[in-house]
Design a protein around this ligand. Structure first.
Ligand SMILES: [Zn+2]
Length: 653
């Protein structure tokens, strides 16, 4: 009694009750951030639209800046602006994720490429502006080409028509999240740069805590019982499982989350720090507390890694084309969503694997699921592409919902695809704007419709199918996210049509998982055999995750052959470590595309061959550290060493 109850209570009484973390929010400060943001926005706006600004541009900027600066969010904008500017300066595009593209201020400060204004023509020379709101165009890029009536220049087609409310809420006071997609290979640089901005001892990776899952806990309990030959009832077993579930198991870090501590305070005012996963040699330092427990105190930046910017950078390097200058109105690129003619296959015969559309390996549209949607909906406009992107990322938005509506003849554009659609549509129907916003929020969170919402919709003659559709939705994408992703995807698709070898090189080098040179470079017949073998496994449900990845890659390889391209032999002097080299007729695979050849070994060969040719296979092993005999044998088996003798001595005689 004394040990267990009395003394423990006594010790507890000695201690004061205290909170482990403060209650207040400590956002980082930046000198003149409000003034800088405002100045930057008006500078770009005037550069684009002329001075004085058109009324619509001015009004939206004023309204947004009012709520952004009024709520103190200008610092977040300026941080994002600096990060994006640094990445662009180093040659890597940045994709915006989430709803930040709904903000015109984000566009004018270069945080996003998405211009959220209504569709309009804009003359790059004399600033002539012509608005086309509520005329059925979902975005400027879908309007017909036109020349400036004032000066004869071809007009730019701007505007993606996204309301600001999706980002900052109806009163402009919702705490914004700015998520940015940096190139995966550039991500370490941008994380380091964040440290440069705020001090390396004030910037930490957001820590995560892995806990024991119910299944694992169940395993623990079972094993414990078995080892002790104990038998307990079901209820006791469940009680023990419950007790173990959720216990801390290991630590890690958020893939892109960076926690920023302002200058005036110290990380230890909030939490201890550590190396993740108990690894004292790790260079990464994370917050000790799981970042959610301090996210009301400290700003977390989301600097994620993504393949699209890396792929674009590599295609730019290989071709000299600047991706940002690619026009959104290229008919051949758009045709990939209804036909594969633009890819100029070597035969006109229908191919069961490739089908009759051309968007294999195009991000957002390349998976079987989305290709199915594309086939059913036959999109010919950007607006429809945004719809498909929105539909494919939502939950209970397409299957059992919009899919049936499209079957019944409702045009894709009228279906609910992104959360913004709801607010825009209801306001257009005459529903009170605030209630329209609340309806959008309720539906996108999967909460369905409140009676007053449904009543207001019925009063304004909103059709029953629309109301039903709202009730089924569990989660929805913001349009700004769909637009940002589709713009990137479209550029990549442009390369697929016009610079195919750069496209396939980037795809195989960066995106493709499970590229296996031991079969894929041996011609279309070998490839098809492999595809059929894996298809059989898919039918028997014995296909592994790696084989599924391989299947996706094989489809792209099959298309590559179908366009008349070839893989040239791997070559000890011409192949690169990781990237596919472009030749006149095709690609030379890199060393690391052979299973069993690691990236470090591949890199070692590339480095060492600069010091002169290899006389024998033995010499490769001797001269290149990290290259084993088996690596050399693997390379010889695929013909990468041509006639090179096994041993140098033999060649002397
Ligand atoms: Zn003009």
């Amino acid at each position: 009694m004394e040990v267990v109850v009395t003394n423990t209570n006594m010790i507890a009484d000695w201690c004061d009750t205290l909170r482990p973390v403060p209650r207040e929010n400590y956002p980082p400060k930046m000198d003149n951030s409000a003034e800088d943001l405002e100045r930057m926005c008006y500078e770009k706006a005037k550069r684009m639209y002329g001075d004085p600004l058109p009324e619509k541009v001015k009004a939206r900027l004023e309204r947004e800046l009012g709520s952004i600066i009024g709520n103190g969010y200008d610092v977040m904008y300026m941080i994002a602006q600096k990060l994006v500017a640094k990445s662009l300066q180093d040659g890597y595009l940045v994709g915006s994720r989430g709803s930040v593209g709904s903000s015109l201020v984000a566009f004018m400060s270069d945080i996003t490429e998405v211009n959220s204004l209504a569709p309009h023509y804009l003359c790059p020379k004399c600033h002539y502006v012509e608005w086309h709101e509520n005329e059925g165009f979902g975005c400027g890029a879908d309007m017909p080409h036109k020349t400036c009536p004032k000066c004869g220049e071809p007009l730019n087609q701007e505007g993606f028509s996204i309301p600001f409310e999706t980002f900052l809420g109806f009163n402009g006071d919702k705490v914004p999240d700015i998520y940015l997609n940096f190139s995966g290979e550039y991500q370490p640089t941008i994380h380091w740069y964040t440290g440069e901005l705020f001090g390396h001892d004030h910037v930490f990776r957001a820590g995560t805590i892995g806990t024991v899952a119910e299944k694992t806990a169940y395993g623990y309990v079972k094993k414990y019982m078995a080892e002790r030959e104990m038998e307990v009832g079901r209820a006791e077993e469940n009680r023990l499982v419950k007790g173990c579930t959720g216990i801390r198991r290991n630590t890690g870090q958020h893939p892109g989350g960076i926690v920023v501590v302002p200058k005036e305070v110290d990380i230890y005012d909030f939490c201890p720090v550590q190396h993740p996963a108990d690894d004292p040699n790790s260079e990464i330092i994370t917050t000790h507390f799981e970042y959610h427990s301090i996210d009301e105190n400290l700003l977390k930046l989301d600097e994620l890694g993504h393949d699209d910017p890396t792929i674009i950078k590599h295609m730019e390097n290989m071709t000299g084309v600047v991706a940002q200058n690619i026009p959104l109105g290229d008919p051949d690129t758009m045709s990939l969503f209804t036909s594969n003619k633009a890819l100029k296959y070597v035969t006109d015969e229908p191919d069961p694997i490739l089908g009759d559309i051309g968007c294999i390996a195009v991000p957002e549209f390349g998976t079987k699921f989305v290709r199915g949607m594309v086939k059913e909906t036959k999109p010919t406009t950007f607006d429809e592409l945004f719809c498909i992107s929105g539909l494919s990322h939502g939950t209970d938005v397409w299957l059992g919902n919009a899919q049936d509506l499209v079957h019944d003849g409702i045009p894709l554009k009228e279906c609910i695809c992104c959360r913004d659609d709801i607010m825009n549509y209801l306001i257009g129907k005459g529903v009170d704007p605030k209630l329209s916003f609340q309806t959008m929020e309720s539906v996108r969170k999967g909460k369905g419709l409140k009676p007053e919402m449904e009543e207001a919709m019925k009063k304004q003659d909103v059709p029953d199918w629309y109301i039903d559709s709202c009730k089924k939705i569990k989660y929805m994408f913001p349009k700004a996210h769909a637009v940002a992703y589709v713009i990137m995807a479209y550029r990549i698709a442009w390369f697929k049509v016009h610079k195919p070898l750069a496209f396939y090189s980037a795809y195989f080098s960066i995106r493709a998982k499970a590229f296996d040179a031991s079969c894929m470079v041996l011609g279309d017949t070998v490839c098809l055999d492999k595809i059929h073998e894996l298809q059989a496994k898919e039918r028997d449900k014995t296909i592994s995750a790696v084989e599924k990845d391989m299947m996706t890659t094989l489809e792209v390889v099959h298309e590559f052959y179908h366009r008349g391209f070839v893989f040239e032999p791997m070559d000890i002097y011409k192949s690169e470590a990781k990237h596919f080299v472009i030749t006149e007729k095709g690609l030379i695979p890199p060393f690391s595309s052979m299973p069993g050849v690691g990236e470090q070994a591949a890199q070692a060969i590339v480095e060492e061959r600069k010091n002169g040719p290899f006389l024998s296979q033995e010499e490769i092993v001797v001269r290149c550290s990290r290259v084993s005999k088996s690596v050399v044998e693997t390379l010889a088996s695929i013909g990468a060493l041509s006639e090179m003798p096994t041993s140098t001595q033999v060649s002397l005689f």
